[in-house]
Design a protein around this ligand. Sequence first.
Ligand code: DWN
Length: 407
Amino acid sequence: MLTQCRMCGSADLHAYLDLGATPLADAFVKQPDIAEPYFPLAVQYCAECSLSQLTVVVDPRLMFGDYCYRSSISGPFRDHCRGLVQACADRLGTVKAALAVDIASNDGCLLSAFREAGSRVLGVEPARNIARIAEEGGIPTVSRFWCREVAEAIRRDTGPARVITGTNVFAHVDDVGDFVESVAALLDDTGIFVLEFPHMVDLVRHSEFDTIYHEHLSYFLLRPLVRLFERYAMTIFDVEKVAIHGGSLRVFAKKTSHTALPVRDSVQAILAEEETLGFYRLATYHRFADRVATVRRSLTDFFTEIVAAKKTVVGYGATAKGNTLLNCCRIGPEHLAMIIDETPQKQGLFTPGRNIPIRGREALEGAAFDYMLILAWNYKDAIMRKTEAFRRRGGKYIIPIPEVTVL
Ligand code: DWN
């Protein structure tokens, strides 16, 4: 049980959302009905620095040793990565010949975009099976968890990095101080560090409770990060809102000594928005918890009615967030015949907890499902475009978040 805030050390922590005990969201299983480890999934708010964080921290080796999530499978994410590279070039002048290091680089999706732009690239990815895929794609990758020792070894062997990125990794980190300190150790004096993570403002406003799972230890606002970076002589100098993963922040940081790079108004604008919308008050999170209970009930009721009406449903996107949703709303193989996913590493497996079978797109051919539950709702437009045949046959889409919607 976490009794001190990971960001500021305060013990003034207030639990506000309890999703019960669930299996690890990316722990897909080879066969159903085996004993799977369950862990408490609950979120608490630090009244001192406003960071929301899980009450229990699961050993990262259990979650990231052998991984099956691949960034490159999602076309919209590949497009997003090209936008991130351009945003870095806009702030650096160019990324050509620059050393770009990506922390939790997965299968090299982002670094492939940096390489296309002429950068030298190096990935850091702890999941050996995924790091191997990146290496096979020509992306040199150190298969280790990010830490001071790795940062210093890269600086010694390759030199300082002009740009360091971390997309969807910072929320997964317990020792956030060591993470930032290690970035400062590798970053060139005039380089930039770019973080992307789901923004708690969007998660709460759009009831994205399925984004809560054990890989995500923290649920960030900008304010706690500003203070954290200052502790390591780094300054957040710009922030962008990006649509990816239900609404994220793209945070740009530099060494405070790099005074030539001005701090933009965007930082104060986001801080003001967080304060105005009440995200530095506990009451906001209790109201969010009430809405989550309503969304969960409506999803459970919807599927009860579907089964009673003998309707058939297929899922699309065997997502980590989908497993929170399925487990918290008790949606199982009696409701969902299978889930389609184009990740080869997921096909043939079963979802953790509810044990719904995962199949490739070919399983849709000739099938006549009444509904398609889009569990990768953050990519719903791309998925609806590629499943036109399902719609032409009269199929309807179920979008579960922010509320049950049938299209
Ligand atoms: O933080 C994390 C986020 C960024 O990614 C990780 N801890 C785990 C993972 O979470 P997720 O699984 O909820 O992420 P996605 O990116 O929403 O997953 C999309 C899933 O849908 C993937 O398994 C790929 C699949 N997909 C597909 O099969 N065809 C997606 C698209 C767009 C498609 O066309």
